[in-house]
Design a protein around this ligand. Structure first.
Ligand code: SF4
Length: 325
């Protein structure tokens, strides 16, 4: 492991001013960063500890929404009464991730910044455009069982690993950022970037910007929410395919419909195609099957991961059935 300078920030302004320097990383729970520093995959020259910043509050907003500070730990968020009552899909997604010990350390902001679990990315001896731009992608012709079938490119097919982010996608979250002298909000759908030709660029953060909070609008009245995660083993495992859904009912028909996938795409994957099929349609298994077929019509399976097509369909159809039952 390489040596780095360590500094503890005492204010957000100080953190973002210091964060402007090149090769600087913020650290909170450290559950991704320290792993990758030990593997020599991430090589910060300076690490700024943000744990003492006043960003660990969950606030109920006047409109009924929620503002979640970037330092709120995943366990605290999952068990927060307002999250359990109003955003059960978020609680379920959080509790399906990692282990209790990791959830006690991992933060909301850090979860947004999780790096891929692509084994070639984590191995310095393999070609990886994300780790070393222009070096190639060992996964394209290598073992790609865990890789993406949606949103990939010729440069990278790595999946985004977060469960929490799949729930945030259907909750229409907004990410609040603070940079040197400026604040801005980014819609969740625009926060993570598709790999395209620049897979090393994973998110919309500008140099020095720090995630300060995630804001959730109120869930639609009467909305039913569900998260289904399919994986190799029942705990402490990343999704091979997962689905988050939020539905409202209008009699026997579906009103509002929001659908997102995890484990199968290069970013938390909101499916407009599935939502279009669901809106206004009868809440039946036939409709759910049509929605899952539409969601995966553009999928591009690779040599070892075609099984994810049926796994993603099953995850979505189960989530929809559970939501309306
Ligand atoms: Fe690297 Fe992406 Fe290819 Fe994995 S899939 S080896 S992260 S470029």
């Amino acid at each position: 492991m390489r040596a780095f300078a360590y500094q503890r920030a005492t204010s957000v302004a100080e953190a973002v001013a210091t964060g402007l320097a090149s090769a600087t990383s913020f650290v909170a729970g450290g559950t991704t960063l320290l792993d990758l520093v030990k593997l020599d995959v991430m090589r910060p020259e300076q690490v700024i500890d943000v744990n003492r910043l006043p960003l660990a509050r969950v606030e109920i907003l006047p409109d009924g929404g929620l503002r979640v500070g970037a330092l709120v730990r995943n366990s605290d968020l999952a068990w927060h009464p307002a999250v359990q009552e109003r955003y059960p899909v978020l609680s379920a997604a959080l509790l399906s991730g990692a282990s209790p010990q990791l959830r006690n350390m991992a933060t909301t902001g850090g979860n947004l910044m999780q790096r891929t679990r692509c084994p070639y990315f984590r191995d310095n001896h393999s070609a990886c455009n994300k780790r070393e731009p222009g070096s190639g992608c060992a996964a394209l012709e290598g073992c790609n069982r865990s890789h993406a079938i949606l949103g990939g490119s010729d440069a990278c097919i790595a999946t985004h690993p977060s469960d929490m982010c799949v729930a945030l996608a259907v909750l229409d979250a907004t990410v609040e950022l603070e940079g040197p002298g400026s604040r801005r909000s980014v819609p969740f759908a625009a926060f993570h970037l598709l790999p395209g030709r620049t897979p090393e660029r994973e998110h919309a953060l500008e140099p020095g910007e720090l995630i300060t909070a995630v804001t959730l609008p109120p869930a639609p009245s009467g909305a039913r929410q569900q998260y289904v995660k399919l994986r190799d083993r029942e705990s402490f495992e990343f999704a091979l395919a997962s689905a988050a859904v939020l539905l409202t009912r209008e009699g026997d028909r579906i009103g509002e419909a929001r659908v997102a996938f995890g484990g199968v795409a290069t970013k938390p994957w909101r499916s407009a195609a599935a939502e279009q099929v669901l809106r206004g349609a009868p809440a039946t298994l036939e409709t759910f099957r049509a929605a899952s077929a539409a969601a995966l019509r553009e999928a591009q399976p690779r040599r070892h991961n075609a099984f994810k097509l049926s796994l993603a369909r099953q995850a979505l159809e189960r989530a929809l059935s559970d939501a309306v039952s």
